[in-house]
Design a protein around this ligand. Structure first.
Ligand code: PLP
Length: 424
């Protein structure tokens, strides 16, 4: 059932495919071709992190092998090369998000750090006692806790836009929640549990009509759909490299120039300053102002390679393939007695959360692991979402561009086998 291991580079594996050839694509991902517990790996935890194509691994290795120097500092060739590659990565991200300029791209550790940066900035410069921060009920903890910290520091309060049992945001309640004290709306583009793709452009439109800025958490969106931040109109957009086939430890905060300039510095240190004296420091312009200290240079270079890789495959093809897998999996799971699908919004992304009778999702994930199938179990750092469904935890399979129909069938069969084991 598995594609054969190949040493062909990713470019040749993906470049001139006449159709979506998942077998050829898989050859670009070394980690997929291994056995776990004596079984071929079926990796279905892509919502947590994705495997990395050879092109990303090679890009990171090549930085450390030939171009390893600090950026923006050395007047020598290696540093120039490192700086060029780092700047090229920023440009690639700007292109990927359709940002107006490279200056609107800040490199951070990931979506979590990006949200903390904005929330801390709001706490220091915008939020007053009684002000409101509007979140949705389907946020990842990364888009809840930083705002709670900001509210605790300032006396502001959190308001919550709920979702219905399908996992669709109740937009008819949005206008009533957007009040004169709302200072920001922070909402996920795609839910990491429900897979719902939220109508963020519409949310932005309504918030902006009242002069309220919007942060969009794109951590689960960027692997699945093309993002155009200018078309969305959002003020901030965040994502993590590792969920879109890039390295861990690198992520992005996009902000319009105006929205970034409105934030105070986040961390102090080298590279984010213009002048420093003991009484006073003046700060570098955006985006350097928010990149204190030596950045994750290799990570940025790897992220560029990941975005190049995704572009070579193409979002139309990725979405088409992943939706086919999702439909197949939803159908197969719905046929298994006692499976309850969690999140059935129309047009959802390839994230499939479910419960199986009274079986604890952790036990289920452990049994599936023995069959080589890696899925996620728990509250998925979105406790309000699982609470909505009255359960402590759910299981989740999430599909990526390299998963196959055979893997989906194997997963469904493994689930039936697991069910039999639990019934004994
Ligand atoms: N937002 C969403 C919707 C996520 O799914 C995740 C991670 O699962 C995050 C934010 C946090 O991402 P990271 O841990 O890479 O910062």
């Amino acid at each position: 059932m598995m594609a054969a291991v190949s040493t062909r580079p990713a470019e040749r594996a993906t470049g001139d495919l006449p159709r979506y050839d998942v077998g050829a694509l898989r050859t670009a991902f070394p980690a997929l071709h291994q056995a776990v517990h004596g079984q071929p790996l079926v990796y279905l935890d892509n919502g947590a992190t994705t495997q990395k194509p050879r092109a990303v691994i090679d890009a990171v290795v090549s930085y450390y092998t030939t171009d390893c120097a600090n950026v923006h500092r050395g007047a020598y060739l290696l540093s120039e090369r490192a700086t060029l590659r780092y700047d090229a990565a920023r440009h690639r991200v700007a292109e990927f998000l359709h940002a107006a300029t490279d200056q609107e791209i800040v490199f951070v550790r990931g979506a979590t750090e990006a949200i903390n940066l904005v929330a801390a900035g709001f706490a220091r410069s915008r939020l007053q006692p009684g002000d409101e921060v509007l979140l949705s009920e389907m946020e990842h903890h990364s888009n809840i806790v930083p705002w709670q910290l900001a509210c605790e520091a300032t006396g502001a309060v959190i308001k919550v836009l709920p979702f219905d049992d399908q996992g669709v945001l109740e937009l008819d309640r949005l206008d009533a929640l957007l009040g004169p004290k709302t200072r920001i709306v922070a909402v996920t583009h795609v839910s990491n549990v429900l897979g719902t793709v939220n109508p963020v452009a519409e949310i932005v439109r309504r918030a902006h009509a009242r002069g309220i800025p919007v942060l969009v958490d794109g951590a689960q969106a960027v692997p699945h759909l093309p993002v155009d931040v200018q078309a969305l109109g959002c003020d901030y957009y965040v994502f993590s490299g590792h969920k879109v086939y890039g390295p861990t430890g690198i992520g992005v905060l996009y902000g319009t120039a105006e929205a970034l300039q409105a934030l105070p510095p986040y961390q102090g240190g080298g590279d984010m300053v213009r002048t420093v004296t003991f009484p006073k420091t003046t700060y570098a312009p955006i985006p350097s102002r928010f990149e204190a200290g030596t950045p994750d240079i290799a990570g940025a270079i790897g992220l560029k390679a990941a975005l190049d890789f995704v572009a070579t495959v193409g979002f139309d093809a990725i979405a088409d393939h992943e939706h086919r897998l999702l439909a197949l999996a939803s159908h197969a799971l719905a046929a298994i007695p006692e499976v309850r699908l969690v999140g059935t919004a129309p047009g959802k992304a390839s994230v499939l959360a479910f419960t199986l009778g009274n079986v604890h999702p952790h036990d289920l994930a452990t049994i599936l692991d023995r069959q080589g199938v890696a899925i996620r179990a728990g509250h998925h750092c979105a406790q309000p979402v699982v609470k909505h469904y009255g359960v402590p935890a759910v299981a989740r399979a999430s599909f990526a561009l390299y998963n196959t129909e055979a893997e989906v069938s194997f997963f469904a069969d493994a689930l039936v086998k697991a069910q039999e084991i639990f019934k004994r």
